[in-house]
Design a protein around this ligand. Sequence first.
Ligand SMILES: [Zn+2]
Ligand SMILES: [Zn+2]
Length: 369
Amino acid sequence: MLPWMHPARVAALEDALARRILVIDGAMGTMIQRHELQEADYRGERFAEGYDALFAAEGHAHGPGCGCEAHDQRGNNDLLTLTRPDIIRGIHAAYLEAGADLVETNTFNSTSVSLADYRLQHLVRELNREGAALARSACDEAEARDPSKPRFVIGVLGPTSRTASLSPDVNRPGFRATSFDELAEAYREAARGLVEGGSDVLMVETVFDTLNAKAALFAIDDVFAEMGARLPVMISGTITDASGRTLSGQTAEAFWYSLRHAQPLAIGLNCALGARDLRQHIDVLAQVADTNVSCHPNAGLPNAFGGYDETPEDMAAVLREFADAGMLNLVGGCCGTSPAHIAAIAGAVAGLPPRAIPRLADAPPELAA
Ligand SMILES: [Zn+2]
Ligand SMILES: [Zn+2]
């Protein structure tokens, strides 16, 4: 087993997890939306022409009529790490102020697969590195104000927009829009940047296809081997609807057993559903997983306009009951949540004991295999 890259930070994190339920931040996208940014905000100076002025393929120099095609960047939230770092940093700071122990990097779509939609595949390493560095500096500032409370950066690896184990075309069930190897290559590049930028933990999140997650975990192991040291890894899946399964068809229990070989610091669920609908699935994880359990749900189900209505008080009350039932080690928010939600959740679970991690021998015999 490789040594920890930042042993003192891992010790601080493990110590905090042993004492209390740790709070993860809330949605990044929801907060970015509030700024009502326009195309020019996304582009900034560097991408003013719709492509990267600092990068061109070998042998090409940008100039008037150079032939590079502009591409709309509005909605490319991860690009704001470079073009509006003030906004991203402000969002991290607001969540830390609300009581988050861990903040997630603004890198959900910073893989070559997702950045291809904006023709910015070459930015993977930079977006991940700068995303992590920005979050780390916001955490450092919060720690300087209150040294008694360590703050941690979760380097986020999103699911990408493709699935390795399902066909997007009902007429061609054997077709795949991506492969394990392509995803692993994409995740290696992203993970290198997240580690270089100073992430304390890596999280493979919003997993709807377990094969994509396996590619990410495989890539993370490669990167740790390259660097000769490792970071703790968290995994968070997504139950897509009332079927109670991930998109690739697994129950929460099957999801855990498919990935437990990675020995994650935490396994959990996020997104797609509100806290109420996630309860039974978190309950299952809490029973079968011999590691920390995390939960960061959406603020309820989307309304007719695609917004989320669950109030901070509402959501905090539901999650408090999870904590009372001994199901939680980490808790936060996903789509539709704001610093007000995180403050309410942090207040609701403060002082409640974290879930006791079961030893494997304590599991029911049919699960202890
Ligand atoms: Zn050009
Ligand atoms: Zn979400």
